[in-house]
Design a protein around this ligand. Structure first.
Ligand code: T68
Length: 837
């Protein structure tokens, strides 16, 4: 072993002084005070909450890094197959609370902080979110890291270290305003690894020659070099010593701070400009969650990250001195959407150009290594890059992509000689002007498994976008892994009282590692004590949210009202417009009523939250409409508590932790067939809220698990969507009468200048209602009526919510990860031993 090469004397000294994890409250306090006094150079007299947070975070960071080191050492010694999860987005949120809970040290830390004069809640809330993602895709990656570590899989995440995460959203005069999110001024959770760097090339040319043995050699040269520097963030598992790694790459100029040659010859501006251009690559997260805009900088980000990550992975593999054919037995790489698809030609390039493998041998390694997860069937979200752009930026990769395509098309031609159109349909290159590289096809061709993220979605990709590929490769290449969420963050951390109540009935917190155990709660569904406590917890969570709404929005909402929540990215397909039109309809109905009648209706608070991509005008219009409706309704004396409308600004992970436990109903109302899975639907039900939803994404599987009586489904089915759209254009478009009335009200200026909303209204009335808002409106309203009625019977409602929680075991991301591990990655856990054992 490596250790044996070090003299025993040195080893003993090392053992003696080796860093120790704090174990007691006193040890914790001593660490915190040490960090506040030395690392932060503060004293008792100027230690505010921010400093208390910093000290606590640093104490936990040290602890995590000790476990991180141990994990990496033991995994290196065991040299198992590892998983590499390539995702341009990891929406991690806050780290401290998670670190405290996963290491089981939160109680000790709370007591310790109390000694020092601080409240845990205040300290936790000092932390900024690490918001390196847009929405569901990025949060899924974060949940997967938690599960990978918890289940002891040797796994690394790879991403970019953006200086700016997703923008902060402010609502000013009812409009979204974007504020940059510079989050790095204090980030105790990352470790710069200035010694771990990779030089990444762009541009340049390819020189070809034939070597002595007659072999064609390609050399990619004369490019521009940018250096990737690794920053590592420890990812602790829950109740295990395993602490995995998230490696984020930061870009900098390859010649250091600035170019000295240029600097010395007086070209100061040019020398700094080079440096800035290099740093720009990892500067900012693209804020589009469902539209690909084909920007050069985005492609540069993708290649920079893929090249650095693959170099790192190959370097690690080469240390083991195994034969190349062993590579797929040591390495599984999962592509989170098509964003990292360049990793496919990059690995092929490394193997043939740098390691000298033959094409076929290399290609077989590549295909066995990669798996690809698709997250959307929306055509505007499918990535395509123009051939001239790739030619310019990555000339060697374009050649390799063409060769991959040639081999593939030859294979297709041999196997489907009669289907002439097939070749142009499945070609990686779209014969448009300019030609485009279809990244999803490249990802399918370069991977051994392709998965969707919920059953319906996985079926849809097989019958729509990848239909031909099912014919070519057979159905077994395509599979489903229904998404999940980590119960550590989304139950234990977000809703500690509910977690504690469950633990008290289930005999401890084992359910957090095996969520299927929740089913045992069903036997408490009639238990008076349990029911009471469950209901009180929901109420307390609503009170907490009401307090927040009062503080931030200045709106007083009654916690006894039905809380109806829709929080997610703003998008036409997610249909926040359907929701707000429904709210307007409700408002009009209330206005029609006499005061006596109004008193009898179920009071409701409609809560919205979510960011719109900065260039997505329709989504921004919906935000504006919600805010306008909110103003009008909340100040209407006739209405009072019967209806309140709230837009929560800057929805993010830490806010989700507060919002999710406070719903009675949450809305997951996408046009059928458009939401691949959804994951907040799972979070809400797990926290004792019910769903109003369409038959879309994971709603369908949630229905299967909780039972049809415990969910409010409505709307057209995905198999009917195409016909309906066709009918809108070629038949007669019938606007729903209630929706017509809503539109009239908007046009009359009830919510301010009607011109502001004309594009939104016209998209339905004049432009074909692509998202079927009108078709689903009646069924939506009827279902909301049912909900009002159902909510009046609080006992039955409670039974539904408890039963649903008990049946949510399937939706743990631990289940997902075990499925990926078995069906796609073929990896096994490695148990990490603690210090004592
Ligand atoms: C979401 N996709 C799906 N995309 O919409 C959602 N970022 O149904 C699913 O539950 C979730 O993925 C997890 O599978 C996204 O969040 C993005 O954020 C995105 C898309 C393109 C570019 C960047």
């Amino acid at each position: 072993s490596i250790e044996a090469s070090i003299p025993e004397g040195q080893r003993a000294a090392w053992r003696k002084y080796s860093a120790q994890e704090f174990k007691t409250k006193d040890e914790f306090d001593s660490e915190v005070v040490k960090h506040i006094e030395t690392t932060l150079a503060r004293s008792l007299f100027n230690c505010d909450e921010a400093a208390a947070y910093a000290g606590t975070a640093l104490a936990f960071r040290d602890r995590l890094i000790i476990e991180w080191n141990r994990t990496q050492q033991q995994q290196t010694a065991a040299d198992p197959k590892r998983v590499y999860y390539l995702s341009l987005e990891f929406l991690m949120g806050r780290a401290l609370d998670n670190a405290m809970l996963n290491t089981g040290m939160k109680n000790i830390a709370s007591e310790g902080l109390e000694d020092l004069g601080f409240r845990m809640e205040d300290v936790i809330s000092q932390e900024r979110d690490a918001a390196l993602g847009n929405g569901g895709l990025g949060r899924l990656a974060a949940c997967f890291l938690d599960s990978l570590a918890t289940l002891n899989y040797p796994a690394w995440g790879y991403a970019l270290r953006y200086r700016y995460g997703i923008f902060k959203q402010e609502i000013i005069d009812g409009y979204q305003v974007e504020i940059p999110d510079y989050w790095l001024d204090f980030n105790p959770w990352e470790f710069p690894r200035h010694d771990v760097t990779v030089d990444v090339q762009f541009y340049g040319n390819v020189r070809k020659y034939t070597d002595g043995s007659g072999k064609q050699i390609s050399v990619w040269e004369n490019g521009e070099i940018v250096t990737a520097v690794a920053y590592d963030a420890p990812i602790p598992g829950y109740g295990t010593k395993t602490t995995n790694n998230l490696r984020l790459w930061s870009s900098k100029a390859s010649h250091g701070e600035f170019d000295f040659t240029k600097f010395n010859s007086g070209e100061y501006e040019a020398s700094v400009a080079d440096q800035q251009r290099a740093e720009t690559i990892s500067a900012v997260l693209y804020p589009n969650d469902s539209l690909e805009r084909g920007k050069e900088l985005r492609l540069k980000q993708q290649y920079f990250w893929c090249a650095a990550s693959l170099f790192d992975i190959v370097r690690r593999f080469k240390k083991s001195r195994k034969a190349w054919k062993e590579f797929p037995n040591q390495v599984a790489i999962q592509l989170n959407d098509t964003h990292p698809t360049l990793a496919i030609p990059e690995l092929q390039r490394i193997l043939i150009d740098q390691e000298g493998l033959e094409w076929d041998e290399a290609w077989s390694i590549v295909q066995k290594t990669f798996g690809y997860t698709n997250h959307t069937v929306l055509p505007e979200a499918l990535e395509k890059w123009s051939v001239p752009l790739i030619q310019h930026l990555l000339p060697r990769h374009l050649q390799i992509i063409y060769d991959i395509n040639l081999n593939f098309l030859q294979y297709v031609e041999r196997n489907f000689p009669k289907d002439r159109d097939m070749l142009s349909r499945v070609s990686i290159i779209e014969e448009s002007q300019p030609k485009m590289v279809r990244m999803a096809y490249l990802a399918v061709i370069g991977s051994h498994k392709v998965n969707g993220v919920a059953e319906l979605h996985s079926d849809l990709i097989k019958t729509t976008i990848f239909k031909d590929f099912v014919k070519i490769y057979g159905p077994d290449k395509f599979t489903n892994v229904t998404n999940g969420i980590t119960p550590r963050r989304w139950l234990h951390q977000a809703n500690p009282r509910l977690s504690e109540l469950i633990a008290s009935k289930l005999g401890g917190y084992d359910f957090l590692r095996d969520l299927t155990q929740l089913h045992k709660l069903e036997s408490y569904v009639d238990d008076k004590e349990f029911r009471k406590e469950f209901q009180e917890i929901k109420y307390a969570n609503k009170v907490r949210l009401a307090k927040y709404i009062k503080e931030v929005n200045g709106i007083a909402v009654n916690p006894s009202s039905l809380f109806d929540i829709q929080v997610k990215r703003m998008h036409e397909y997610k249909r926040q417009q359907l929701n707000i039109f429904g709210v307007i309809h409700r408002y009009l109905e209330l206005k029609d009523m006499s005061p006596e009648e109004r008193k009898k209706v179920q009071p409701r608070v409609s809560i919205f939250g979510g960011k719109a991509a900065p260039g997505y005008w329709m989504a921004k219009t919906v935000i504006h409409l919600i805010n306008q409706v909110s103003k009008v309704v909340n100040s209407d004396k006739d209405i009072g508590d019967a209806l309140k409308v709230v837009f929560l600004e800057d929805y993010n992970v830490s806010k989700a932790e507060m919002i999710t436990p406070a719903s009675d109903i949450s809305e997951h109302i996408s046009t059928a067939g458009t939401e691949a899975s959804g994951t907040s639907n799972m979070k809400f039900v797990l926290n004792g809220g019910l769903i109003i939803g369409t038959c879309d994404g994971a709603n369908i599987e949630i229905t299967r698990e909780v039972g049809e009586d415990n969910i409010f489904l409505f709307g057209n089915l995905s198999e009917d969507v195409e016909d309906l759209r066709h009918h809108h254009f070629y038949g007669e478009f019938q606007l729903d009468p209630s929706l017509d009335r809503v539109f009239k009200t908007i046009r009359e200026g009830a919510f301010g200048d009607a011109g502001q909303f004309s594009a939104l209204v016209n998209s339905i009335v004049d432009h074909g209602d692509y998202y079927l808002v009108s078709d689903d409106f009646k069924s939506y309203l009827d279902t909301q009526k049912l909900i009002d009625e159902a909510y009046k019977n609080q006992e039955e409602w409670l039974t539904k919510t408890i039963t649903s929680v008990a049946r949510m075991g399937f939706f743990s991301s631990d289940r997902c990860i075990d499925e990926y591990a078995e069906m796609i990655w073929n990896v096994e856990p490695v148990k990490v031993q603690g210090q004592e054992s």
